[in-house]
Design a protein around this ligand. Sequence first.
Ligand code: NAP
Length: 174
Amino acid sequence: METMRLFIAVDLSESMKAALIEAQNEMYDGGVRGSYTREENLHLTLAFIGEMPDAEPALEALSGVSFTPFELSLEGLGCFGDLWWAGMRASPALEALARRVRRALADSGVPFDRKRFSPHVTLLRKARGPMPGIRIGEASMTVDAFSLLRSDRGKGGMIYTELGRFPAAPAREN
Ligand code: NAP
């Protein structure tokens, strides 16, 4: 049976991507080699579903997730082995969104990786070289939607295709 590889993520604003690209450029200039994430692929994953025959159950589950827009800011760099990432400033609203997404999947019987949510944006895989002492630039954005994405191996790297977009409910006036 043909399957597709699914995950749920927040797309990043142009200004946040610009700060991340600048950090990647500094890494490269500092001699670090590896597989750098292309600008269009920079994202923040909320949950990873993996191989599924059909996206419908996930689309339906996610359509029930409600949240209001919130601010997200870059903070720090780190690594999981040879995968280097940029982190996000602690955000209860982001944690709550990831929790709601995961609860909606669980309630609908859609399987997903249940490892603890660890918000990061992957900048580089298979990194070779010491991490240069760089600081990530200030960048913030408003999260006003999240997406269900399909991930495929392309000739020049991974290709992510948006299968569904789930906007925030408008923030209530006080
Ligand atoms: P991906 O593996 O499809 O991952 C998409 C997103 O989901 C990334 O943010 C990734 O986080 C996250 N993710 C993946 N597995 C996860 C898990 N078990 N638990 C939590 N989050 C998970 O696409 P990719 O990240 O661009 O590619 C990563 C590597 O996977 C590549 O080296 C690729 O060759 C390999 N791969 C891809 C496929 C495919 O068909 N798409 C199949 C097998 C292997 P991170 O950024 O932290 O990884």
